[in-house]
Structure formats: structure tokens, C-alpha cells
Design a protein around this ligand. Sequence first.
Ligand code: K1U
Ligand code: ZN
Length: 167
Amino acid sequence: MALLPILRYPDARLKKIASPVTQFDSALQRLARDMAETMYAAPGIGLAATQVDVHKRLIVIDTSEDKSNLQVFINPQIIERDGEQVCEEGCLSVPGIYDKVTRAEHVKVRAQNVNGEFFERDAGGLLAVCIQHEIDHLDGKVFVEYLSPLKQTRIKSKLAKQARITA
Ligand code: K1U
Ligand code: ZN
């Protein structure tokens, strides 16, 4: 297993649109395992392949308290959504920044598992938020893009300052 480096906003590679997964092979299983290990180590509750510079439609999520419920979604698609919730979001690609985003309260997702089998899952609350946040990554979108242009500029300069300090 390996820990993968996570791209930092505003890296242009976070804007790439991920391609559908077509090969359900051992390399895909290894990628899913490495992404899970990277997410748990960060620590985080989700990770999209885009964030580790792999532009395939694969996300991992575990919103449990005790890291006991790893969920892998390949080629995820939201097929139903309803309601509205406002949640404070963070992002491993935007360290130290948290802000409120409005998203659907419930979603139904259709996806494939690592063997290519299709499944559907209903999600609400934090899991629904996390699924929407991670699918946004696959579509080249980072949560700060929901914030005002002024906030986005402030976040970019804060992260640039952090990068200069740690360089
Ligand atoms: O996509 C990511 O960068 C992961 C992100 C997922 C997420 C969090 C909150 C709302 C929406 C999506 C994170 O995991 S940020 C870190 C975080 O939320 C967390 C870290 C440790 C314990 C609990 C939560
Ligand atoms: Zn994120």
C-alpha cells in the first residue's frame, strides 16, 4: 500500500474532467486501496482520484466515526436528488479552509464496485454532502468555487502564503 501525494488548490490539474473507468483490474483495486489509505492518513472522510492526479472516475468515502465503513464508488452518477442542506465543508486539497456550501439533502447514486458490478445507494446528511463534493472533484470543481470571488481570492493568497512558509 502507498500514501499518494494530494494536489493543492489552485493546482490546474484539479480542473481536469475525469474519464470513466473501463478496466476493472488489479491496478484499479490497488488504486482504490491506496486512495483509502491516503484518505485515512490525511485524515479525511473522502477522496477523489482527481486529488491524487489520477483522472479516472473513482471516489472513496468513509464518514463513520471509527473508519469501519469504507465505500468505493466507481463511475458514480447522481440519479435522484431532493431537498437542501447547508454544511460546513473542508477539502484535503484546500487545507485549513472551511466554509458553508448549500447542497442537496438526499441523493440516490448509481455506481460500480471494483468488480464492475452496478449498485445504487440512497444517502442523506453528511454522506450526501461528501458524495456531491467528491463527484464535483471528478468534474474539475473544488468547493471554494461555490464561495464569493472575494473569498476565493483571499483563500488563494492564504494558501500561497502557507506554501511560501513551508517551502
Ligand atoms: O474531498 C476531500 O478533500 C475530502 C474532504 C471531504 C469533505 C469533508 C467535509 C464536507 C464535505 C466533504 C475531507 O475529508 S476534509 C477533512 C474532514 O472533513 C475531516 C477530517 C477529519 C475528521 C473528520 C472530518
Ligand atoms: Zn475536496
